[in-house]
Design a protein around this ligand. Sequence first.
Ligand SMILES: C[S@@+](CC[C@H](N)C(=O)[O-])C[C@H]1O[C@@H](n2cnc3c(N)ncnc32)[C@H](O)[C@@H]1O
Length: 235
Amino acid sequence: MGEMTESRAASVSSVPRNRAEAKQFYDRISGVYDILGAAFERRHAEAALEHLRLREGESILEIGFGSGHYLRRIAASVGTTGRACGIDLSPGMLRVTRRRLTKEQVSDWVALCNGDAVTLPFRGRSFDAVFMAFTLELFDSPQIPQVLNEVRRVLKPNGRLGVVSMSREEGQTTMLRIYEWVHRRWPKYADCRPIYLERSLIDGGYIVLYKAKAFMAGLPLEIVTASAGCGASGS
Ligand SMILES: C[S@@+](CC[C@H](N)C(=O)[O-])C[C@H]1O[C@@H](n2cnc3c(N)ncnc32)[C@H](O)[C@@H]1O
């Protein structure tokens, strides 16, 4: 590992929570997550989704779909000739999302599954694009490349990946310092933490197509759209 890579890795907090605890946490908040997420996160996630430029007839996967707000938009964008899939660790989130999709009458062409993004239960080269909002930064640092590899496996050649996450790239802003203190103290609750998103994608073999920075309540974010390249190799 180079010196720069090592210092980057050292500045990203670890994730002490295990999968069972994560699942339990998201199950508990699934009924109110929409209210919690609405104020701060939504406009940034919507901007990231916009940059994926979804087209009618495409096959799209969302990882960590939460209360299903973006999956509903994905389903509407690809239409009845397309396919929207979602995977989430929490059965509670899955129930909330299923209700939303049924109410919005888009559930017929959306498949939901309960599972862990570290091992995606899909065949290689299945999707035109994959979307992740405020989810990649929940994985511990050694797992981020595993998730990105899995995403590359399930993407078609030149498939796109759109991600919005909290960012460590700006260095230490005051808000970040406060947030990271909270994260270290209550990591099971303030569970997202800033990562080097663009760098992780480049290290994972992706080609960055678009990158933007934003702030959410003073916390730095990265929005990146990347291509898996023509060598995307699924099996
Ligand atoms: C911070 S929430 C974001 C939800 C949604 N993307 C949004 O922006 O509103 C993270 C979501 O990822 C899911 N999640 C956490 N760990 C996961 C894992 N290992 N595999 C799949 N989903 C996971 C959680 O259940 C939760 O729904």
